[in-house]
Design a protein around this ligand. Structure first.
Ligand code: FES
Length: 154
């Protein structure tokens, strides 16, 4: 199915009213991987919502990526509780093991490393989400084994 056909199908399902914009973008992100400028333009035209508003919504929420992402998206919580429990050391370990900086994707396309706001597991910080799987009570020394395990599984 073409990108345009997918956009039309999703909007038909969710509805064209302006308040359906977030569910539309969430669904398209899930189906197409990321929200390219072409997708956002199609959404803007079909839903008759100004492009600036569509783009603003897509870029406001950290789970609605507007650029291509790796097969596994690592979202490390950057909020205060995790930060106070060693998130920075965990981020450094992730950057070392993956050989990327925060916000980048590995050259093999397997991992994108990014930070996000609170994941709701504050009592178990530092916490990261890898796709839909939660990893809590992270320690820098455990990161290589976790990444190895993900590589083997996926
Ligand atoms: S502060 Fe990190 S999960 Fe809430």
């Amino acid at each position: 199915m073409s990108v345009l056909a997918t956009v039309k199908t999703v909007i038909d399902t969710e509805g064209t009213a302006r308040h359906n914009l977030l569910p539309v973008l969430t669904s398209l992100r899930s189906k197409l991987g990321s929200l390219s400028p072409e997708i956002l333009k199609n959404v803007s035209q079909i839903m008759d919502i100004p492009m600036a508003h569509v783009y603003g919504t897509a870029t406001f929420y950290s789970f609605l990526e507007t650029k291509p992402m790796g097969k596994n998206v690592i979202r490390l919580c950057r909020t205060i509780s995790c930060d106070m429990h060693g998130k920075r050391d965990v981020l450094n370990a992730l950057e070392d093991v993956l050989a990327v900086k925060n916000g980048e994707t590995t050259t093999d396309g397997l991992f994108t490393l990014t930070e996000t706001n609170c994941l709701g597991h504050c009592h178990e910080g530092p916490v990261m989400l890898v796709n839909d799987e939660v990893f809590s009570s992270l320690k820098p020394e455990n990161i290589p084994a976790i990444i190895d395990e993900i590589r083997k599984k996926r």
